[in-house]
Design a protein around this ligand. Structure first.
Ligand code: CU
Length: 65
């Protein structure tokens, strides 16, 4: 398990959090996703490589900084 932390500036609301969570759990069903639309901060505990996790979020239509 590793913890990834980054910001997703275009995560605006709870629906975005759900979309991002679904995108990540689609590639890692054991992932734990915490995301706050106010701070734009996303914290993910995952066994997948960082690039794969980031790609799944980008593919869902979000930007990572
Ligand atoms: Cu939203």
């Amino acid at each position: 398990m590793m913890t990834l932390e980054f910001k997703v500036p275009n995560m605006a609301c709870a629906a975005c959090v759900t979309t991002i969570t679904n995108a990540v759990t689609a590639i890692d069903s054991t992932a734990k996703v915490e995301a706050d639309p106010k701070t734009k901060q996303v914290k993910i505990e995952t066994q997948q490589p960082e690039t794969a996790v980031k790609q799944s979020i980008i593919a869902a239509g979000y930007t990572i900084t």
